[in-house]
Design a binder for this molecule. Sequence first.
Ligand code: GAP
Length: 488
Amino acid sequence: MSKNKSEQIVQNSKPTTRNSKLESLDQFKSWAKENGFIYASSEIYGGFSAVYDYGHYGILLKNNIQKLWEKSMTQMRDDVYLLDSGIFMHPKTWQASGHAAGFADVLVEDKETHIRYRADHLVEEWFEKKGEKVDMDKKTPEELAEIIKENDIKSPEGNELTEPRSFNLMLKTNMGTTDNTLTDENVVYARAETCQGIYLEYKNYMDTIRLKLPFGIAQVGKAFRNEIVARQFVFRTREFEQMELQYFHKPENKDELFEMWKEERMKWHIEELGIDPEKLRFKKHEKLVFYASQAFDIEYDFNTLGGFKELEGIHDRGDYDLTQHAEFSGQKLDYFDQENNTRIVPHIMETSVGLNRILMMVLEDAWTEEEVKPAEGDKPAETRVVLKIKKELAPIKVAILPLSKKEPLQKLATELQAEIRNDFMTVYDETASIGKRYRRQDEIGTPYCITIDFDSLEDKAVTIRERDSMEQVRIKIDEVKAWLDSKF
Ligand code: GAP
């Protein structure tokens, strides 16, 4: 910690070695629950598969991640605008996008246990166990059936599998009727991706804000998919949040734009979220959907998921989306290019990332168990779990911890909290020993703990402890606010 005028270092227990990281999804789930980040949905009814609820600290963290994404897209740029469109859209949207007919995964079922698996994942894992790496992405049910037969692939329990079949991932409901019958006329879909809302509003943005290419529309919101297998905590759930940017542009300089967005997005994960760059990589899509000309994923090396997994997609979608919606809606969605005196259908570059997946990565990347050597005497080293999260992301920025529940300390502590809480998310805690209170805050990633002790009544100063170094400094109370300002 840097020193200011009244600051003096007081005492320091020291973290020694970086011991370990989260090792399994079960460990991750229990830790996230115990610390108020994430709960399994409907627990009192025995749970509800692949849906999770976010607790107080989970929401604060999620909001901070979202804010950083929106800031990078809008405050730091001049060409991107925000949107919040409806979860329900005209059903023709999903015919135009191709989801109604073709948004499907291939499913197989264990004939004995009736557990369902994504056929592509099952086959990939089967080959992986034999030390071979194969990519089954976008294989048809027929192709997968042949591979399963040829290699005599069984379920993980060793049982026969059913024939692979396609399973549409869209969630259906009905709207605007008096009975509950699903009919073709009133069926609506819960959106499977947020970007479709952007395509439907493109014309309004063009007409009302009078935008010139290139420009982007960015949206954060819920998406819903009837995932076949969802046993990966918040990595793959049936209800999740996406943060998507659709960048409308002329096709001429698409390669440069694609590189720019690849670079921007990787930089965001490293610089804004503070993720270990060694654990991030690009993965090129070898097989592309027919309308796309380039696609890369950003992947993170999840310890708890056994390796690199997709976080974000960066896709060059060509003019497919606006062409489709123009055809299905009968509206003109083209653009008059004044420079070339011609009408064109804008092309689209997409960056699409799951907010819940990012939150999972941020937690896993920051979670550290380490040994702490006490400052005095021969006391044995202790273990602590500390969330070494970037300060800007921390759910709580400052914890106020009076050393005693006695009135004069309480008064001083609450006065200090009142002075800083308008600018910083704070928590007041006067329960348990100071050691236990520090550990609690370390575990949820609180960067600064302020202790108010009996000396504070005399010297009008408090002790501030920094989370990672555990270094403690003594600061005059009337300088605390400015000191904190300098740290954020
Ligand atoms: N508009 C393009 C699109 O939706 P996608 O690859 O299907 O592309 C984009 O999804 C991102 O959304 C993924 O990279 C992932 O971060 C997130 N995502 C997709 N399905 C998810 C699920 N079932 N649970 C959590 N996040 C998911």
